[in-house]
Design a protein around this ligand. Structure first.
Ligand code: SAM
Length: 265
């Protein structure tokens, strides 16, 4: 059985675009929202060599792993908090820059969450995040969805749970960020493939871990789950190339700046 790719491998090409857009400066204090195992927090900390980076995530195991990796890699100006970015009482105006690699789409109340993040930023502080474009533009979602629907019917498509596409629509995102205290919202198209692993077994491990896949597989009886696993395997095999298992994908890099406190827009 292969080794699952993990987000760092899956999103390698998106990561480059995010780094360029973030343009972390040596004295920056950076907040990484939904940091997972902290790869982006570590690169931000390295770039902010006279500053710092704080990664926050609601997943305790992810934060544990992030701390371990930062220790192993000897990155000293980085810290991690097990916290909900929507509610966490960050020190007001503490950060110059908030970044996120696909960690901001899952808030219960997006305006409240981004307002909390805006408060944590200094005036004219920047937000730079990658989010998925609409699901129809993301081949990986359509392919997984079709495989699961074949197992469970169209209800599988509405599996519920976190919506990875909640920030896909630019006018809605612009309005959400404006209401939260940001201005100058801009979108840059990132058209890069996602990578699910070097072989089909690794890709299947990775895809089985997605919340949407897991929710459907859990609802099936053992025979149904086996058949669904087989369908996923065949679908992934059809996307295997010399370069591993890849799918077309489309993301936005969203950038915005906090408005001065109390200044009219
Ligand atoms: C798709 S993963 C991306 C992880 C990481 N940014 C990366 O690129 O490796 C989304 C992450 O957002 C985290 N997350 C979701 N809601 C959150 C919230 N309200 N506050 C903090 N983290 C959150 C999840 O636990 C998960 O680790």
């Amino acid at each position: 059985m292969g080794l699952a790719a993990g987000y760092d491998a899956e999103l390698r090409r998106h990561d480059k675009a995010l780094r360029r857009a973030a343009g972390v400066r040596p004295h920056d204090h950076v907040l990484d929202i939904g940091c997972g195992a902290g790869q982006t927090t570590r690169w931000a900390a390295r770039a902010a060599r006279a500053g710092s980076a704080l990664g926050v995530d609601v997943s305790a195991p992810a934060i544990g792993r992030a701390r371990e990796l930062a220790r192993e890699e000897g990155v000293r100006n980085v810290t991690f908090e097990h916290a909900d970015a929507q509610l966490h009482p960050f020190a007001p105006g503490r950060f110059d820059l908030a970044i996120s690699r696909f960690g901001t789409m899952f808030f219960d109340d997006a305006v409240a969450a981004f307002a909390n993040i805006a408060r944590a930023l200094r005036p004219a502080g920047r937000l730079v995040m990658t989010v998925w474009q609409a699901r129809e533009r993301n081949e990986w979602d359509a392919a997984i969805r079709r495989s699961l629907e074949a197992a469970e019917g169209p209800a599988a498509g509405a599996a519920g749970g976190p919506d990875a596409f909640s920030l896909a629509d630019p006018p809605t995102v612009r309005e959400t960020l404006r209401a939260a205290g940001f201005a100058g919202v801009e979108f840059t198209d990132v058209h890069e493939p996602v990578y699910y692993g070097p072989d089909v077994a690794a890709a299947l491990d990775w895809v089985r871990g997605f919340a949407c896949t897991d929710a459907v597989l859990r609802r099936l009886d053992p025979a149904g789950a086996t058949r669904a696993g087989e369908r996923l395997r065949r679908m992934l095999a059809a996307h295997l190339s010399d370069d591993g298992v890849r799918f077309d994908s489309r993301a936005w890099i969203v950038t915005a700046t906090t408005t001065e406190p109390h200044s009219p827009e």
